[in-house]
Design a protein around this ligand. Structure first.
Ligand code: NAD
Length: 370
């Protein structure tokens, strides 16, 4: 893994802190949710998940048996009563909200569901927290796409305007606004609940099998000896290994829990500037790592609008939370390619994922001692 030097004393994801913590995680059956469920279980947290059923046998949640040591509830965030009951019964101390309709193209196909899940789902969760005495900290996971995209070269700062062209991005901007309103109206300084939002870049990692996402599409094509078809080769995105934002969410959750509303704000988690790269760069590197049979071509068909340029300014998380990326993009692609190659050769998804979680945690501990 590529190393980054740290100028400030760094915090850590402290397994001691997470041991026996009661955590309520929405979206635990999804890609990021499966990784985070396994990481939290690894640290001994008492995790209750709330999400729709995993997306079939191919999903990482099923393949890695990610629900084994947690309480997994299958439910819909649009159903306020079900969500409130689940939250109340779990008596969580920390809530991490990741449940979402998370795909841009699906949001064009079904904007109504996208807004219902991403906006009213957030309202339901925050309202349920108001009626659950145990909660001390909430991390609402939105996205880098929540900013009004100006197609400029600079990274967006947390203070910049919310926006969003497509329904997904717009719904996540709405989720940010809902969070800001609940923070001001109900969880103001002095209140025992501290609420933050987290805006992360495009994540890559083993076990993502979603349709219409770059890495899953490319890996499926490479594995089938077919050319990967690339839609937006010049679109620039802040790519990160999935463990990086998850680390940010956990550090933020701990900071909120221990310091109350001091950290109750919006936070960007993204790669260092060099690792914000166009789609074409990613595909070229993946193809090199995969081997000579890997091919790709540009899909010149009509595609719905997607932003061309998107960068995040992460100075605030670097300085105030002391979060920094632990690996560069080449290392992240190495990890991703390794995961899928080993999985295709028959290695168990659970072990592959847990091994990378342990390697990442070891890296974090080493860095925090430097
Ligand atoms: N993957 C990325 O690159 C990326 C980047 C930035 C932010 N995010 C955000 O991170 C979060 C997780 O993303 P992901 O990539 O794991 O997505 P995913 O699609 O793999 O998982 C989404 C999760 O939300 C759950 N969900 C969807 N609709 C629901 C509903 N009505 N009720 C309850 N649960 C519901 C699903 O069951 C699943 O568990 C999302 O909030 C997403 O917007 C993702």
């Amino acid at each position: 893994m590529g190393q980054r030097s740290r100028t400030l004393e760094s915090l850590d994801v402290n397994p001691e802190f997470w041991r026996d913590k009661r955590v309520f995680l929405t979206g635990h059956t999804g890609f990021k949710g499966s990784w985070l469920s396994l990481w939290l279980q690894e640290m001994g947290a008492q995790v209750t998940g709330f999400a729709l059923a995993p997306d079939g046998a191919a999903s990482l949640f099923t393949r890695a048996d990610a629900g084994r040591n947690m309480h997994s509830i299958i439910g819909d965030v649009r159903d306020y009563a079900a969500l409130q009951t689940a939250l109340y019964n779990a008596r969580p101390e920390i809530v991490i909200h990741m449940a979402a309709q998370a795909l841009v193209r699906s949001s064009y196909a079904d904007p109504v569901s996208t807004y219902a899940i991403n906006v009213m789902g957030t309202v339901h969760l925050l309202e349920a927290v108001r009626h659950t005495q145990s909660v001390r900290a909430i991390v609402n996971v939105t996205t880098d796409k929540c900013y009004e995209n100006r197609e400029w070269v600079w990274g967006y700062r947390e203070s910049e305007a919310m926006g969003g062209h497509d329904p997904y991005s717009s719904s996540k901007a709405c989720s940010e606004l809902v969070s800001a309103s609940f923070r001001k109206s109900f969880f103001a300084p002095g209140h025992n609940v501290a609420l933050a939002t987290a805006r992360a870049g495009n994540v890559i990692g083993g076990g993502d099998y979603a349709v219409d996402r770059l890495i899953p599409d490319v890996v499926a094509a490479f594995a089938a000896d077919a050319p990967a078809r690339i839609r937006n080769p010049h679109a620039v995105r802040p790519w990160q290994h999935v463990m990086e934002p998850l680390c940010g969410y956990l550090m933020l959750g701990q900071a909120l829990f221990e310091n109350g509303t001091t950290y109750a704000d919006a936070w960007n988690f993204g790669p260092n500037a060099d690792d914000t790269q166009p789609v074409e760069w990613i595909v070229r590197h993946m193809a090199q790592l995969w081997g000579p049979q890997a091919r790709w071509e540009i899909d010149a068909g009509e595609h719905p609008h997607e932003a061309h340029m998107l960068r995040l300014d992460t100075s605030k998380a670097n300085r105030q939370l002391r979060w920094t990326p632990q690996m560069d993009l080449r290392s992240a692609l190495d990890w991703v390619t390794q995961w899928y190659r080993d999985a295709n050769r028959g290695s168990a998804a659970r072990e592959l994922t847990l091994n990378q979680i342990r390697a990442y945690q070891a890296r974090l501990q080493t860095t925090s001692r430097q």
